[in-house]
Design a protein around this ligand. Structure first.
Ligand SMILES: CC(C)(COP(=O)(O)OP(=O)(O)OC[C@H]1O[C@@H](n2cnc3c(N)ncnc32)[C@H](O)[C@@H]1OP(=O)(O)O)[C@@H](O)C(=O)NCCC(=O)NCCS
Length: 167
């Protein structure tokens, strides 16, 4: 499956945020569904030009099937990128998250802004950990992670060196 492309998040994409982050099954490893206020906040952040958030669009049907994006954060006293991804249930299991995440990594690489890109999937998130392994991330350690605020879970810290030209 290779027919997906990334498009910058746009105004009018709130229904997609709701399907991804307002749904119990989709947020099983992400602390549960978000409130309408949080979803609206998320949409407002995502739609800012240059936010780093992208819709995953099926090139044949032009349907939005998920999201992938990266943002800056501090981690272990360093500025890094963190990346996250989601694919709607009807489109899972076809390699879409892997392909879209590889496309987002290529964008982050081309910026040459931060050396390290981290992903923090729950240790229980089989598909997300498989994606990290497949895309060349290195497992640094398992650590306690707070997401959303007040909700703690065990996550794997996966790291990719964006400056490594051989990767
Ligand atoms: C995680 C998620 C994006 C995966 O989307 P997807 O398009 O189905 O993923 P892909 O098809 O690209 O790849 C999944 C990989 O995981 C593997 N996999 C699937 N279930 C697995 C499991 N239970 N244990 C281990 N590996 C598993 C698949 O075999 C595949 O690897 P392969 O291509 O080598 O065969 C999707 O399940 C999702 O949106 N989940 C809810 C949101 C979420 O948890 N986001 C991630 C937060 S870190």
């Amino acid at each position: 499956m290779s027919g997906v492309r990334l498009e910058p998040w746009a105004k009018g994409d709130l229904p997609l945020v709701e399907k991804l982050m307002g749904d119990p099954a989709m947020t099983e490893h992400l602390g549960g569904p978000e409130s309408p206020e949080k979803l609206a906040d998320r949409q407002a952040r995502y739609e800012v030009p240059g936010s780093g958030m992208f819709k995953i669009v099926d090139e044949v049907t032009e349907e939005a099937v998920g999201s992938v994006g990266y943002w800056e954060r501090s981690w272990r006293a360093e500025r890094v990128y963190e990346i996250g991804w989601s694919v709607l249930p009807a489109f899972q299991g076809r390699g879409i998250a892997s392909i879209a995440t590889a496309q987002a990594i290529a964008k982050a690489k081309s910026e040459r802004k931060h050396r390290f890109l981290h992903a923090f999937p729950s240790v229980e998130n089989g598909p997300s950990n498989a994606i990290c392994r497949k895309l060349g991330f290195t497992l640094v350690e398992e650590s306690e992670f707070e997401f959303p605020k007040g909700h703690f879970m065990r996550c794997n810290d996966w790291r990719l060196d964006l400056f490594d030209v051989s990767a």
